[in-house]
Design a protein around this ligand. Structure first.
Ligand code: ADP
Ligand code: MG
Length: 702
């Protein structure tokens, strides 16, 4: 008796109890992330090998991939030839052909003359004799056998060095029936019928051993559905829990307040902004906390919409917090907010890491006392010593750095704040649903009036001279220019490594001022400057104290100088696509035509791709789709994208229809049975606990 027969078998059974798996292979499986039978069942093939088309021997042509079948007429093992080889003559009704296996000694006792076999591989010719070299083969009884094998794909598994796909396939094949017994079906027949999904156990059989390609497709669809469903259910349960957790302050808009807020904007809101603000107001009027994602390209006017929400909270004498991913971004938010709030009585502070000791304590006291209306900062706002008095709204600016961290939440004492996330990466809606799955989505599609397309060109380094002359002529006409560099200073390494050092902003500013543009004023802005100094320089540039501003990526957001019409980005290949797009968003803001000039070689294919896409389009939506395509969803979203595990078989880009369906179904379950208590949800409940841990299903959030 083998152990597998003695013990009760289920999906938690260790793989080493499976036939053909000893301690050594168990260890190899563990390296592949597989410890249990259940995990092995979900170790999906990455493809299938199907037999090439059948052919008659007479009709074989060189280089063709073919399957032939016939009788073994003669065989010989030649151990003296180098390398030693096994030769076999195979005959069908049309002729005969040679099969050769180098080092084929192990085949000596596999065939006898008269056996029927099928063999497949690439056809070659050696001294006028047609042959298959190292073909794959199988014993067959008759043509039906071949037909059957013809259709059935052989699963190919991601292998590791010490265990081949073939070995994995054999082990799975041996124990497949046994393993499938442990599979439980979470969905009713009616439910599956409507969605044309096969049984889960059936799908698992088909994915490993499909009788034909169509079965493999059906299996993949079902298993992808399950994966997406569980992911969405996780999102749905989290959302339901938040919804029922704590009430929020209902903040209704009224005409007077609306007027007071609008007065602060020196322009009319666009139709998109109006509709987004409408959605936000509707959410915030409820005592259920708002959970909204605001998507819009760089410069589409998100900040303005978010500021409206902020002022709505402040108008109700509550507090709002604005969080950005970095100190620089937080600061820039603060500065750009100042443009609207300069003459208002709203009390706002920028909470920086550099503020410490007594100063910080004093500030904390004012925040806790409710004296401060708006606090801008980084995620550090979540830190323990920051206590709000009546925090009613949290705005999180994810910019393009979204998704990398798990979103965290500030919670009030008894009341949950409304929650608004901004992202400048206009990802496809269905993807947004998964990444920010527990959020409603608002989109700003159109840019505010006066924003213009930017002409973008990528040049080799040696054309910089020409660019200088172009810039000279534009600046002489009163326009302004940015020069952007990846670094503040050259690092020692870069200086040492002579080949293509990154140009450093500080040195470059010297050079541009002295050697190239002595007749203009060249300013410098970089991240290592004191905040006050940065503000001064940005303001100075706006007031045309400088014609040219040399900067690092600190200007990515927040700077708004409509008179700046040219941006030169050096070592452009070093920047990511989203970042290049963000940078470019700083120009094209005025009435005059704007130009983005990219310089520097692209060392990698991906870098070249990025720069070419920048030349091709200004559309942030297209850019992020391309970015997604170049980098793949994993890297695009960051690994811990939604905190809800990785996808083994579903593909967020390809399976959007399935995702939509799974989402609808999962949210329905989450709504109707948020604790998965119903008897018909017990299989799901177990699957959820197994996948995401007990917390998600039972425990507290946040
Ligand atoms: P985002 O936060 O989406 O990058 P902002 O809200 O910062 O965009 O707005 C980008 C620029 O467009 C700013 O200079 C802002 O003053 C301007 N802007 C925003 N809304 C409008 C509008 N309705 N009409 C004209 N200009 C606008
Ligand atoms: Mg902005």
């Amino acid at each position: 008796m083998t152990p597998e027969q003695e013990q009760k078998f289920d999906r938690f059974t260790k793989v080493q109890f499976l036939r053909g798996v000893g301690p050594r292979r168990a260890e190899l499986f563990e390296q592949l992330g597989i410890k249990t039978a259940g995990e092995l069942l979900e170790y999906y093939p990455r493809g299938y090998e199907f037999l090439p088309p059948p052919a008659l021997i007479k009709e074989l042509t060189v280089d063709q991939q073919a399957t032939i079948a016939g009788q073994v007429v003669q065989m010989r093992y030649n151990r003296r030839s180098r390398p030693p080889r096994m030769e076999l003559a195979l005959r069908d009704s049309t002729g005969s052909c040679r099969l050769v296996w180098f080092h084929g000694g192990y085949l000596q006792d596999k065939f006898l003359p008269g056996d029927m076999i099928a063999a497949w591989g690439k056809v070659t010719r050696y001294k006028e004799i047609i042959q298959l070299v190292n073909p794959r083969w199988m014993q067959v009884r008759d043509i039906e056998d071949i037909k059957e094998r013809q259709e059935r794909g052989e699963a190919i598994y991601p292998a590791c060095n010490d265990m081949s796909s073939g070995e994995i396939a054999r082990i799975i094949r041996h124990s497949l029936d046994l393993m499938l017994e442990g599979v439980e079906e979470p969905f009713s027949d009616a439910f599956r019928g409507e969605r044309e999904l096969p049984l889960r156990a059936e799908a698992l059989r088909w994915i490993h051993a499909p009788a034909h390609g169509e079965q493999a497709d059906k299996a993949r669809r079902r298993l992808a559905y399950d994966e997406l469903f569980l992911m969405e259910l996780g999102i749905g349960l989290r959302r339901e829990r938040l919804r029922r957790m704590q009430p929020a302050y209902p903040l209704e808009i009224n005409e007077k307040l609306d007027k007071r807020i609008r007065r602060l904007f020196p322009f009319l809101l666009t139709a998109d902004q109006e509709s987004v603000i409408g959605e936000i107001c509707r959410d915030m009027a409820r005592s259920e906390p708002m959970n909204r994602l605001l998507q819009g390209d760089v410069g589409s006017g998100k900040t303005v919409a978010a500021l409206y929400a902020t002022l709505l909270a402040v108008g109700h004498r509550r507090q709002a917090a604005i969080m950005a991913p970095t100190e620089i971004l937080a600061e820039q938010h603060f500065i750009s907010m100042e443009r609207y709030l300069r003459h208002s009585r709203v009390k706002r502070v920028l909470l920086q890491g550099g503020i410490t000791g007594k100063k910080r304590a004093a500030l904390m006291k004012r925040i806790a006392g409710g004296e401060i209306d708006i606090v801008v900062g980084t995620q550090a706002l979540l830190q323990h010593d920051v206590v709000f008095n009546q925090l009613a709204l949290v705005v999180v600016d994810e910019q393009h750095k979204f998704g990398v961290r798990q979103r965290e939440r500030i919670r009030g004492k008894d009341v949950a704040p409304h929650y608004l996330v901004m992202t400048a990466t206009p990802i496809p809606r269905t993807l947004a649903m998964t990444v920010f799955g527990d959020l409603e989505v608002s989109v700003i599609e159109h840019l505010p009036p006066g924003r213009r397309e930017v002409t973008t060109k990528w040049y080799p380094e040696d054309e910089l001279r020409r660019a200088y002359e172009f810039i000279r002529s534009k600046v002489a006409q009163g326009e302004q220019t940015y020069f952007v560099y990846p670094r503040v200073e050259e690092s020692e390494e870069q200086r040492a490594e002579k080949e293509g050092p990154l140009k450093a902003a500080i040195a470059e500013r010297e050079y541009l001022q002295k050697e190239i543009f002595p007749e203009f004023t060249v300013g410098l802005l970089h991240g290592q400057m004191e905040p006050a100094q940065k503000t001064r320089i940005m303001e100075g540039f706006r007031r045309r104290k400088f014609d040219i501003l040399v900067a690092t990526v600190v200007i990515e957001v927040g700077i708004d100088v409509p008179n700046a019409t040219i941006m030169v980005i050096e070592s452009a290949g070093q920047f990511g696509l989203a970042q290049l797009h963000q940078l470019r968003g700083r120009i094209g803001r005025g009435q005059k035509k704007s130009y983005c000039l990219l310089f520097g070689g692209a060392k990698t294919e991906a870098a070249r791709n990025r720069l070419e896409i920048m030349e091709k389009t200004n559309d942030g939506f297209v850019i992020s789709e391309e970015d997604l395509r170049i980098r793949g969803p994993g890297e695009f979203f960051g690994t811990a994208q939604h905190g809800l595990g990785e996808l083994k078989i579903a593909d967020l880009v390809r399976d959007t229809d399935l995702l939509r369906r799974a989402r609808r179904d999962a949210l329905e379950v989450a709504r109707s049975d948020p604790e998965l208590k119903a008897p018909q949800h017990q299989v799901l409940r177990e699957a959820m606990q197994e996948k995401f841990g007990a917390d998600l299903v039972l425990g507290d959030v946040g």
